[in-house]
Write a protein that binds this ligand. Structure first.
Ligand code: BDR
Ligand code: CA
Length: 311
C-alpha cells in the first residue's frame, strides 16, 4: 500500500510512523508532510527530520501550513512540550526538508504514482483541505484517508471535541465533505487501544529505536501519570495499526458532519448512523479495539526496527 503521512510530530505521531516503517511488506511510505498542530510547523518538521536521521531512514519530508485556514494556531505544550516532541535530546538533523510546500509536494507526488494512494492523517487537516480545494482532480488519485481525529461522544480539548478536528474545523469539513472514503479513528477506539505505562519500562535497555521510544513515552506519559492513570493513549498509532491488522478493530458506518462554530462545540464530529440503504459519503468510524494485541503490535514493531539498527 502506498501511503503519505500528514502529521504534527508529536510523540504519538512518531510511534505511528515507526509502526509503518517496521512493515515495509505492507507500506511503501512515499512521503511525510507536516502541519501546525501540537507545536509550530517548524518545530514539528524539525522533530521528524531528527527522528529519521537518528534511525537512519531516508524519506522525503515536506513542511506544510503554519496555521489553520481561518484561525490562530493553538499548540499543545501540556501534552507534548514546547517543541511538540519534548523528551529525547537529538542532534540537529543533517537532512533538510523538501524544498516544496507540503501541498505542492502532495499534489505532484500523488499524481506521479501509477496507482491511487492512501493518506494517513494524524494532525489538523489543513494541508489536505487546501490540497483538495486547490487541486480537485487529485481526489480521484486518493483511494482512502485513514485519519486520527474526532469522536462519537467524548472530547479531549472541549467536552465533545477532539484536538485535530478542533484545531482546524474548516479543514476537517472540507475533507469529510470530499467524498473520499474515510476510516476515522476517533477518541473512543483510541481509548480501547491504550498501552499500559509499565510496557514502556523495558524499552530503556532495548536497541536504538526502543531507547528513543522510551524517552519519548517517558515524557509523554507524564500527562497520564499526573492524572493517576496507569496507561496512556497512543492515538496516532491506531489508524496505522488498523491498516496493518484490521482484524483487531471493529466499527460502523456513519454520516459525519463537522461543527465549525461555538465555544462549546467547535470541532465536534456529529455522527449519524448510516442506515445501509445509501452508503455513499458514509465514514467508517472505528469503535472497538483489542488493546492487548494493539500494544503487542507496537512492541513487535520496535523489536523489528531495533534489529535493523546499529547500536
Ligand atoms: C491528537 O492530538 C495530538 O495531540 C496527537 O498527536 C493526536 O494526533 C489526539 O487528539
Ligand atoms: Ca498528531
Amino acid at each position: 500500500m502506498r501511503i503519505f503521512i500528514d502529521c504534527d510530530p508529536g510523540h504519538d505521531d512518531v510511534l505511528a510512523i515507526l509502526l509503518a516503517l517496521a512493515h515495509p511488506e505492507k507500506f511503501t511510505m512515499q512521503g511525510i508532510t507536516t502541519v501546525a498542530g501540537n507545536s509550530t510547523v517548524r518545530h514539528v518538521t524539525d522533530n521528524i527530520l531528527k527522528v529519521l536521521d537518528h534511525i537512519g531512514v531516508s524519506i522525503p519530508v515536506a513542511m506544510g501550513c503554519a496555521r489553520p485556514i481561518r484561525r490562530e494556531p493553538e499548540p499543545q505544550p501540556a501534552a507534548h512540550g514546547e517543541s511538540g516532541m519534548d523528551g529525547p535530546s537529538l542532534p540537529e538533523a543533517r537532512t533538510k526538508a523538501d524544498a516544496r510546500h507540503a501541498v505542492t509536494f502532495l499534489h505532484e507526488e500523488i499524481l506521479r504514482q501509477d496507482a491511487p494512494v492512501t493518506i494517513v492523517a494524524l494532525a489538523p487537516m489543513t494541508n489536505l483541505a487546501i490540497l483538495l480545494e486547490t487541486y480537485p482532480a487529485v481526489r480521484e488519485r486518493i483511494e482512502r484517508i485513514c485519519m486520527m481525529g474526532g469522536s462519537l461522544r467524548g472530547g479531549n480539548i472541549l467536552p465533545r471535541s477532539e484536538f485535530n478536528v478542533y484545531h482546524d474545523p474548516e479543514a476537517a469539513k472540507v475533507v469529510f465533505g470530499s467524498g473520499i472514503p474515510i476510516v476515522m479513528s476517533g477518541l473512543e477506539v483510541c481509548a480501547e487501544a491504550k498501552t499500559m505505562l509499565r510496557a514502556f519500562e523495558p524499552l530503556k535497555s532495548g536497541g536504538r529505536v526502543s531507547r528513543l521510544v522510551y524517552e519519548l513515552m517517558n515524557y509523554y506519559s507524564g500527562y497520564a501519570r499526573a492524572r493517576g492513570w496507569d496507561y496512556t493513549n497512543v492515538f496516532d498509532a491506531v489508524p496505522v495499526a488498523q491498516m496493518l491488522a484490521p482484524e483487531l478493530f471493529s466499527g460502523s458506518k456513519y454520516r459525519v458532519e463537522i461543527e465549525t462554530e461555538g465555544d462549546l462545540c467547535r470541532g465536534m464530529t456529529v455522527a449519524t448512523p448510516c442506515d445501509g440503504a445509501e452508503s455513499k459519503g458514509c465514514v467508517t468510524i472505528l469503535e472497538h479495539a483489542d488493546g492487548a494485541r494493539f500494544s503487542a503490535l507496537m512492541l513487535d514493531a520496535l523489536r523489528i526496527l531495533d534489529a535493523a539498527q546499529p547500536d
